[in-house]
Design a protein around this ligand. Structure first.
Ligand code: EPU
Length: 329
């Protein structure tokens, strides 16, 4: 199904119109669409991690509308479910919590859809979606054949996967297979989650705490345009981290794989005095400096200029280069 001049929903609230827009509900439908859709091709999810630099997107924009959830198997410890790429991520989390299936709850209220969650390796409050992914089912848009990737083949890292860039972009995620635990298994290392009293601990209590924490720090995409964290937290060699710690003893630092250290971009932007800073109609969110917001009628140019200014300020203060987490189209 291809329609012309379709508005592409995006949580930044920017105007973006697809030359051709194509929504599919099954692999068979996608195959037919691919045979006629003008290139270049762009596959989008819920539009919660995109910044459209120009209002018109050439070629064809695809959206997965497959929204079935299917239980594939269950043993005494775990359950395996297949979830269509078009299912709203937080609906799936809620669905798991309601069944008392453990593993997705720390990722409550993250905007977007299941397919994009698997591409982005969404993460929050000490969890990443890769921890519960069993495999990812895709359609190779070049060979037009279906291909299943095991979790290992997905190349997951911090906000990274094989599907996010280069060669991997030609694989359109159809559905994601998750394995959840039937046995209690909590991940409560992140600060606010430790506050839940042991006597009140339940999956619903964790979900509630995560939601309250997110609502206190992050803008509601329905009210203030944003794409969540605009930048990734930079990962630097231990030697660089030690030098920074000597100069800024209160700088938050976290261990990362391969002996590297993850720094907090939000803390650095805040330290540069940019929290609440405004440039035209774009701003640095007043409650969480890692989030850039559309304060009403901002253009893509205003947002990217603000991002540039933030990058330059952090670079000159800390000698660290921030990279966008948001995908700029
Ligand atoms: N901080 C400040 N000032 C700020 C923001 C943060 O001092 O304005 C400090 C905090 O006090 C804390 C540290 O920086 O010591 C880290 O802050 P926080 O725990 O809020 O998390 P974050 O590193 O800024 C990441 C994710 C979020 C996720 C939170 C919670 C990335 C890019 N962002 O943010 O994910 O919700 O951790 O786990 O990794 C998203 O990806 O869109 C997103 C919102």
């Amino acid at each position: 199904m291809i329609s012309r001049d379709h508005k592409i929903y995006n949580t930044f609230g920017l105007e973006a119109v697809a030359e051709n827009y194509c929504e599919y509900c099954s692999p068979e439908e996608l195959l037919v669409d691919l045979s006629v859709a003008p290139k270049p091709w762009l596959h989008v999810g819920g539009g919660s991690n995109l910044l459209f630099a120009t209002p018109r997107v050439e070629g064809t924009v695809f959206h997965n509308a497959c929204n079935a959830i299917e239980v594939l198997s269950q043993d005494s410890e775990t359950v395996v479910v297949r979830v269509g790429g078009g299912v709203l991520w937080d609906f799936f989390v809620q669905w798991c919590v309601a069944r008392v299936w453990y593993g997705a709850e720390n990722l409550s209220l993250i905007p977007g859809e299941v397919g994009a969650a698997a591409v982005q390796n969404i993460g929050a409050y000490g969890a990443e979606v890769k921890d519960i992914i069993e495999r990812v089912e895709t359609l190779d848009s070049e060979t037009l054949s279906e291909r299943v990737f095991s979790r290992e083949e997905c190349g997951y890292g911090y906000r990274r996967s094989f599907f996010k860039s280069g060669e991997g972009r030609r694989f359109f995620v159809l559905s994601v297979v998750f394995r959840l635990s039937l046995k209690p298994r909590y991940n409560l290392d992140y600060g606010p989650l430790k506050e839940i009293p042991a006597s009140e601990l339940s999956l619903a209590a964790v979900r509630e705490k995560v939601i309250a924490t997110r609502e206190a720090k992050l803008p509601d995409p329905e009210k203030i345009g944003s794409a969540g964290s605009f930048f990734m937290n930079p990962v630097v060699p231990a030697r660089k981290a030690e030098a920074l710690k000597a100069e800024y003893p209160d700088m938050p630092q976290y261990p990362a794989p391969d002996g590297m250290v993850k720094l907090s971009a939000g803390w650095m932007i805040d330290r540069c005095g940019l929290k609440g800073y405004r440039r035209g109609n774009a701003g640095v969110y007043e409650k969480q400096a890692l989030v850039l917001v559309n304060l009403g009628g901002a253009t893509a140019g205003e947002i990217t200029e603000l991002a540039k200014e933030v990058i330059e300020k952090v670079e000159s203060t800390f000698g660290v280069t921030l990279r966008p987490e948001v995908q700029i189209i």
